[in-house]
Design a protein around this ligand. Structure first.
Ligand code: F0G
Length: 471
């Protein structure tokens, strides 16, 4: 094609698309199912998408956790696993990566995020203390409660409103936090539990201004500030995009600066860090580190592997570096936005602004005819699976569990169904299929009848609960 023709075409279309900064070298075939097969599979799974077999799923948007496609560099790293029980060289690579990219001195590896949450909760919470945070996360809050703590939500009110367009709906409301400290005294606050891109709020980011002010407040009262860094690189993208003064800064620099305002962090590396398993906990305080390093040998494994194989730690060290690349993050969040734009064009109700890892459909707005105890978000996840074999996840009253004191359901304001995008896994064509399926379910919304819970496990019920359709 001549240069002139090429230039003219560019002018005619007037558009410049972005694309992923990688190409595909290995593929995994997918199984398509018939409608009858899906009806049978869903009934067998008790209308809970967590209980479906992956073989019965076409496009799996259950979670972005551990579902990442690793790069050829990471796979090459897997072959360099040093599977020594103690002092594996891969542990030292991981330690260096965490020190360089997040800036904490002392590192403890864990098998995944909740392993780190368990250790931190046991080491840093005294029975009866409060743990304020920017909205609960299921496993985080449970470990805080099991350690004798009481979680208190101090997120800004906007986070509970799916239609509020504020740019940083993950921020802590500093006045709510001050009131809690005034009511109980700083000694009764174990630590502040801050999550980057708040999962249950729809993947909403925390601003640099907020973490800076929060750190100052905590320091004034002598309260530690610990960060859930699971999706911090995604949070950094939103700071780069939306916060004055950060548009020219690389994601990696924003991540380092963000962490500098905290006393420690834990991570489920199964998200940002582009691996299939792994986690860590890292702090600046040497005394706390000693306690954590001692606890890890009880619950996870020696402090130089924490429940992981050497190869897993190597893949994590490489994945951390890849996760901080601006091109990677632009295409990661670009894909989430591509799906969101299609749905928005069709008027499908969802949490806005759209966050970093998922689309959160507003199940209350889908099904105004259902009461919250008829599980609208669980119903929507079931209907989506039946339509095309797409697997999503409930993030509403089932996930919120029961109040430990009264035993009644916790009724969260947000009743959401999450379409979560694994990193580097699906194509734009898959996103088209997903959008069309959501649209079909939305068009049929008037016929939904809801679900009844017929089996409820004691902990984290959303994983294993079973339901039946209300007839
Ligand atoms: N923190 C956040 C913000 C998470 O999203 C998760 C997991 C964890 C901690 C726990 O980490 O699974 O490695 O033990 N979230 C997954 C999800 C399960 O689907 O959102 P884990």
């Amino acid at each position: 094609m001549s240069d002139t023709v090429h230039r003219t075409m560019g002018q005619q279309s007037g558009r410049r698309s972005w694309a992923e900064p990688w190409k595909i070298k290995m593929v995994e075939p997918l199984r398509m199912t018939s409608h009858d097969e899906r009806v049978a599979a869903l009934a067998e799974a008790g209308y809970n998408t967590f209980l479906l077999r992956s073989d019965d799923v076409y496009i799996d948007l259950l979670t972005d956790s551990g579902t990442n496609a690793m790069s050829d560099r990471q796979w090459a790293g897997m072959m360099l696993g040093d599977e020594a029980y103690a002092g594996s060289r891969n542990y030292y690579h991981l330690e260096t990566a965490i020190q360089n990219y997040y800036g904490y001195e002392f590192v403890v590896p864990t098998h995944q995020g909740r392993g780190a949450e368990h250790l931190l909760s046991q080491a840093a919470i005294r029975k009866g203390q409060f743990v304020p945070g920017n909205m609960y996360f299921t496993t985080t809050r449970l470990h805080q409660e099991l350690a004798g703590g009481t979680f208190v939500d101090v997120i800004v009110d906007a986070a509970h409103d799916p239609a509020d367009l504020s740019p940083f709906k993950g921020d802590v409301d500093l006045e709510k936090l001050e009131r809690l400290i005034a009511a109980h005294g700083p000694g009764e606050i174990a630590y502040v539990s801050l999550a980057a891109t708040v999962n249950m709020a729809g993947g909403q980011p925390v601003s640099m201004a907020n973490v800076t002010a929060l750190h100052e407040l905590c320091r004034r009262h002598g309260i530690p500030l610990y960060l859930d860094a699971t999706r911090l690189a995604e949070n950094a993208f939103f700071i780069q995009e939306r916060e004055p003064g950060y548009s020219g800064k690389p994601i990696a620099a924003i991540v380092r600066e963000f962490c500098s305002h905290t006393d420690g962090a834990w991570m489920s590396a199964k998200k940002d860090a582009l691996v299939n398993i792994g986690g860590w906990l890292a702090v600046r305080d040497g005394t706390l580190f000693e306690e954590l390093r001692n606890l890890v040998v009880v619950y996870e494994g020696l402090h130089t592997y924490g429940g992981l194989a050497g190869r897993d730690m190597e893949a994590m060290a490489i994945g951390i570096a890849e996760s901080m690349q601006d091109d990677h993050m632009r295409s990661r969040i670009g894909q989430v936005r591509y799906l969101a734009e299609l749905l928005e064009d069709w008027g499908v109700p969802m949490v806005k602004p759209v966050g970093g890892h998922a689309i959160f459909l507003d199940a209350r707005a889908f099904y105004p005819q259902l009461r919250q105890d008829q599980f609208p978000a669980q119903t929507l996840a079931a209907e989506l699976y039946l339509d095309t074999g797409i697997r999503s996840m409930e993030r509403g009253v089932v996930s919120a569990g029961r109040d430990p004191t009264t035993g009644g359901h916790n009724y969260p304001k947000l009743e959401l169904t999450r379409l979560t995008l694994p990193r580097r896994v699906y194509t734009q064509a898959h996103m088209d299929v997903v959008a069309e399926s959501v649209k079909a379910v939305y068009d049929a919304r008037a016929s939904a009848r809801g679900l009844a819970m017929v089996y409820e496990p004691r902990y984290l019920r959303f994983f294993q609960a079973r339901f039946e359709p209300i007839s």
